[in-house]
Write a protein that binds this ligand. Structure first.
Ligand code: ZN
Length: 279
């Protein structure tokens, strides 16, 4: 039996799920003008009230949609709504007006009569509004940013003696990688999750750096990993859960050596790896 609380925590959308949502909102709503916004005054609103948020967005054009780590940033010319999905936040396009999804917290109506809903059953999501482009300096590095180089990654590794899995998941250092992808990236790179970061030499560090980018990009190509709440904007599940090699695979055969995948706990998070393939 799995620990549902832990699974829930692991199911938080990570970078690939957020990027999938960003790409889908961009492709569907970019260039559109917001005609009307309705919102429930929930705790998700951070630096602005629900009513002020709705008024501010009315009449604004969606110039672009971007991502930083797990934040979704809408560029509406002069204002910048920022969303964090928390544990269960999703955006849903309106496909069937006769069946309105439940627990809608924000309802965006566009001039072409397209609708976009923000739903957050658990209400751990966060909504901000900024009047200039938000500054993410001081937050962790986005692992898919072009500016994130191998040399920079090496410096990060050398800077700490903590285990490599905790480093990958430290949002202050690298933003967007949670438990699912940390497990998968380490398997792909053949590195033991307990290895001290500053003891990883150049060759395995290189494998790890490229595995990090590759696993995330692959997951984006597969519309993310669905474990519980996450859905794409068109209401379907991601596909990457069908391609996981170690996450939640305790006792199953390693795809490389056929030995069983083991499960340990690091930082109170379930950790899955192959003792033979990951050194
Ligand atoms: Zn193995």
């Amino acid at each position: 039996l799995f620990n549902s609380a832990l699974l829930e925590k692991d199911a938080m959308p990570e970078l690939p799920e957020v990027e999938t949502i960003v790409q889908q909102i961009r492709s569907r709503y970019k260039g559109q003008i917001i005609k009307q916004v309705e919102a429930k005054p929930e705790r998700i609103f951070q630096n602005i009230s629900a009513i002020d948020f709705c008024n501010a967005l009315k009449g604004k054009r969606m110039v672009n949609v971007q991502r930083f780590g797990k934040f979704i940033i809408w560029n509406l010319e002069s204002i910048f709504p920022v969303f964090h999905l928390g544990m269960s936040g999703i955006f849903l396009e309106d496909r069937n007006k006769s069946r309105l999804p439940q627990h809608i917290h924000i309802n965006f109506l566009f001039e072409n009569n397209m609708t976009l809903y923000f739903q957050d059953v658990r209400k751990f999501g966060k909504v901000y509004l900024y009047f200039s482009e938000p500054d993410f300096d001081g937050m962790g590095i986005d692992p898919l940013a072009n500016s994130f180089t191998f040399d920079q990654f090496l410096i990060l590794l050398k800077s700490t003696g903590k285990n490599i899995k905790s480093l990958l998941m430290d949002q202050q250092i690298i933003t967007g990688v949670g438990n699912i992808y940390a497990n998968e990236v380490l398997f792909h790179a053949g590195i033991n999750p307990l290895r001290r970061a500053n003891k990883i030499s150049r060759k395995p560090a290189e494998r790890l750096f490229f595995a990090l980018k590759e696993i995330l990009v692959q997951a984006i190509d597969r519309f993310g990993t669905t474990y519980s709440a996450y859905q794409t904007v068109d209401g379907t599940t991601g596909e990457n859960q069908n391609f996981l090699k170690v996450y939640q695979k305790e006792g199953q055969e390693c795809i490389n050596c056929l030995r069983p995948i083991v499960k340990i706990t690091i930082n109170s998070r379930s950790t899955f790896y192959c003792r033979h393939c990951q050194k």
